[in-house]
Design a protein around this ligand. Structure first.
Ligand code: OXD
Ligand code: MN
Length: 601
């Protein structure tokens, strides 16, 4: 019994208040994993400080320069454990077809047996941390709770920044754990021996359960994020009639005082955090930007026929390299205190350093070795910051609204050197689903594997959808049919280049110019040119006041090359047909319509 394992003096001492379902599960896990100690997190600020100090004492966290970066710490992961591992991530549904060609699959019985032998006795000599968490505002009917069991103190403190932990969460879990429709998600995690050959991230959506072994890093280990809020939640969302998406949520108030929210999906490390915290260019005075979320959106059809969004997370686990005062001053200011850094370099006076950080020099690289440029970048390209959203200087006052915020536009995007124009608008919701399903992007350092290769990444959910994409697109179409006032759907590409490889669009704050056009379209006050792939702004439809851009570059950014698009549509068609009988007929129909329009062009 877990109760026979000595309880630590702090955290929750009286566990009789905890839901019996949680206690029973912790007992079962403790019997299997054999920890020396069980520690129940109470989620308090005092606890966070204490756990961090314990990690410092064990050299698992290094305090950073307290004057420049107060209350900031550095963690170095095992160099073999620096990114998500998509090839070791599985959706274990009873039928392989339910997981779909978009997922790795293992039969759940086999997966459970394999994981059981890995977890057997794996916490001997370690502390088992129980981290109860709530994804979403604590009083929102759309939020869902989970409990992560982990033997990593680093994971426990990261989860305290990334989710809502603490007594209200425990109370909510106790209230809900007896109900059938809102049971808590069970996430079991052990760092194991950090052996890549004994590393698996298993999801059992039908049981609302996750088992992760052998990695202590990011999306592999902070189970509330990708595992729960996307893979398990997307499955739950389908049964319950909502959407769990890899989207930022941002509020924009124009100079006339009108406020709109957009949600935008981009593959990992394509600038979601920057867009969520956008700083308007000096030549666009009067705009105000507020962040609701930077990575995940849970979207619900509201009683008013609009789509409403909550951010299930309470913190950011963002890519550090490239962040500076010019690219994203808000993010730079945000991570100057109370932040956990992972795999960045160090300056001589123990400030964190990363590529793109202006001034100063790195002396110690992310592996803790003296920096030598011959060994590669000083900070790992997927080095991260973990910070509470409350540190964000432009955190939206509506981020905690129980009903969420109403969405005026949905945006899909990818990193494409060519083909995709700066922006286009879908004909309607169903065409927008095709646009989302067709997203392709160059791969980045966020996942293990070759970077820079173009791959299809529908809705930026390829690594994150907990079921067959064919069924997922059908669900998207179905959600659209429930909306009497659906948001318009757009595709953007901030990453177009010319033949010499030069970026054609400045990106960052200037992306607001494209968003302004979208919002005007929603309000019916902006014109567009109809093309076979959708509606594009003409150069005069975009606000380019104060922007240094040549007419030729702008023209290229807003051109649809019919020949390239015919090839693109052919490749999209082949990709979609890979989903066989699960591919919704309506999507095939939208694809056929677009091809027909291209042929006529
Ligand atoms: C992330 C990712 O960490 O998408 O957000 O990889
Ligand atoms: Mn992400």
């Amino acid at each position: 019994m877990a109760t026979s394992v000595s309880q630590k003096a702090s955290g929750i001492n009286d566990i009789s208040q905890i839901s019996p379902a949680v206690r029973q599960w912790v007992d079962e896990v403790a019997k299997l994993t054999r920890p020396d100690r069980i520690y129940w997190c109470d989620g308090s600020a005092e606890e966070y400080r204490r756990l961090v100090q314990e990690l410092v004492a064990r050299n698992e966290l290094l305090p950073l320069n307290a004057e420049e970066f107060p209350n900031c710490f550095l963690a170095r992961s095992n160099p073999n454990d620096v990114a998500r591992v998509e090839h070791l991530t599985f959706i274990c549904t009873p039928s392989k077809e339910d997981a779909g060609p978009n997922n790795n699959w293992i039969d759940p019985k086999e997966a459970r047996a394999r994981m059981r032998s890995l977890f057997d006795g794996c916490m001997r000599g370690r502390t088992l941390y129980v981290v109860p968490y709530c994804m979403g505002p604590i009083d929102s009917p759309y939020s869902r709770c989970g409990v992560e069991i982990t033997d990593s103190g680093y994971v426990a403190v990261n989860m305290m920044l990334m989710t809502r932990t603490g007594r209200p969460t425990l109370e909510r879990i106790a209230r809900e754990s007896t109900s059938k429709d809102k049971p808590f998600v069970r996430g079991l995690h052990s760092i194991g021996e950090l052996d890549p050959n004994r590393r698996f991230i298993m999801h059992y959506p039908q049981d609302l359960a996750i088992e992760s072994f052998g990695s202590g890093y990011g999306g592999n280990a902070l189970l509330g994020k990708k595992c729960h809020a996307l893979r398990i939640a997307s499955w739950q969302a389908r049964t319950e009639g909502w959407l769990a998406e890899h989207m930022l949520i941002v509020g924009l108030t124009n100079p006339q005082g009108e406020k709109h929210y957009i949600a935008a999906a981009f593959p990992s490390a394509c600038g979601k955090t920057n867009l969520a915290m956008l700083i308007p260019p000096g030549s666009m005075p009067g705009w105000k930007v507020e962040t609701v979320g930077d990575d995940i959106a849970w979207l619900h059809p509201g009683p008013d026929g609009r789509l409403w969004a909550i951010n299930p997370e309470a913190g950011y686990f963002g890519v550090v390299p490239g962040t500076n005062r010019d690219t994203n001053r808000n993010a730079f200011d945000m991570i100057k205190r109370d932040t956990l850094f992972t795999n960045v370099a160090l300056t001589a006076d123990k400030q964190p350093w990363w590529e793109g950080r202006k001034k100063l020099e790195p002396v110690i690289d992310w592996k803790g070795q003296p920096f030598d440029p011959k060994n590669g970048p000083a900070a790992h390209p997927n080095s991260r910051f973990t910070v509470s959203a409350r540190n964000n200087p432009i955190y939206s006052p509506h981020a905690d609204d129980a009903q969420g915020v109403p969405i005026s536009a949905l945006v899909f995007g990818g990193r494409r050197r060519e083909v995709a124009p700066l922006v286009y608008e879908s004909r309607d919701w169903n065409h927008g689903v095709l646009v989302g399903a067709s997203v392709a992007s160059e791969t980045t350092a966020a996942a293990v594997g070759q970077a820079g290769v173009v791959r299809r990444d529908p809705m930026a959910m390829l690594p994150f959808c907990g079921y067959n994409f064919g069924d997922y697109w059908a669900h998207w179409l179905n959600v659209g049919s429930k909306l009497s006032k659906p948001p318009r759907i757009y595709h953007v590409n901030w990453f177009r280049r010319d033949a010499q490889g030069r970026f054609l669009w400045p990106g960052f704050g200037d992306n607001l110019r494209v968003i302004e056009w979208m919002l005007k379209r929603s309000a019916g006050t902006a014109t567009a040119e109809t093309t076979p792939i959708g509606n594009l702004p003409r150069a005069q439809d975009l606000n380019i006041q104060g922007l240094q851009i040549s007419d030729a570059d702008l023209k290229e950014l807003l051109t649809v090359d019919a020949k390239l698009w015919r090839e693109e549509l052919k490749s999209i068609g082949e990709y979609l047909r890979g989903y066989g009988a699960r591919l919704p007929a309506k999507l095939t129909e939208e694809h056929r319509k677009t091809l027909e329009l291209l042929d006529k062009a």
